[in-house]
Design a protein around this ligand. Structure first.
Ligand SMILES: Nc1c(NC[C@H](O)[C@H](O)[C@H](O)CO)[nH]c(=O)[nH]c1=O
Ligand SMILES: CC(=O)[C@@H](O)COP(=O)(O)O
Length: 168
């Protein structure tokens, strides 16, 4: 189902673990910050709605979405007590192929971080053809992908906790 068929902000609170003991990092790209700030707020609000303490959320900024890779990697290394990290960015097609390389690079880089580290990184990067698509997905008519990412972060933090329990 495409995003157009669902509300990115909608979730059943009864299916979300209580996240009061979880700690989260959020790395935010400054490119298109009118969009990325809305994405950040969507994620931040959802985390608080589900019991996360403000003091258990750490935020770093990076210049652009491509730098999300390095920023998230350093956050994994610096804050070993984090339960999950959310990478927030917005890439919009310009005149050239740069869009393709940035999107592919970020996608592969964040995928690699999930393989190489025990701290999951959630992909909250909008990759849009035009600005209106970004607006629609960061608190507009299709909801907020940041909220979707916040829920994913809680679910992956719980999966990671469960996996540690079964391993011991
Ligand atoms: N065009 C967009 C960019 N481009 C910048 C890159 O992400 C990167 O910061 C630069 O190439 C230096 O390494 N970034 C976005 O996040 N969104 C864009 O639309
Ligand atoms: C995704 C980008 O880097 C892109 O917006 C830059 O614009 P352009 O392709 O016109 O240089």
């Amino acid at each position: 189902m495409a995003t157009a068929g669902k509300n990115l902000s909608a979730y059943d609170k009864n299916t979300i673990p209580n996240a009061k003991d979880f700690r989260f990092g959020i790395v935010v790209s400054e490119w298109n910050d009118d969009i990325t700030e809305n994405l950040f707020q969507g994620a931040f609000d959802v985390l608080l709605e589900n019991g996360v303490l403000k003091e258990n959320i750490v935020r770093w900024n990076v210049p652009g979405s491509f730098e999300l890779i390095y920023g998230c990697k350093k956050m994994q290394e610096s804050f070993e007590m984090l339960d999950a990290i959310i990478a927030v960015g917005n890439v919009i097609q310009g005149e050239t192929k740069h869009f393709d390389f940035v999107c592919e690079g970020v996608t592969q880089g964040i995928k690699d971080l999930n393989i190489q580290s025990d701290i999951p990184v959630i992909f909250c990067v909008l990759t849009d053809n035009v600005k209106q698509q970004s607006i629609d997905r960061s608190g507009g008519k299709h909801g907020n992908k940041g909220a979707e990412a916040g829920i994913a972060a809680i679910k992956m933090a719980q999966l990671r906790k469960d996996a540690k329990f079964y391993k011991n």
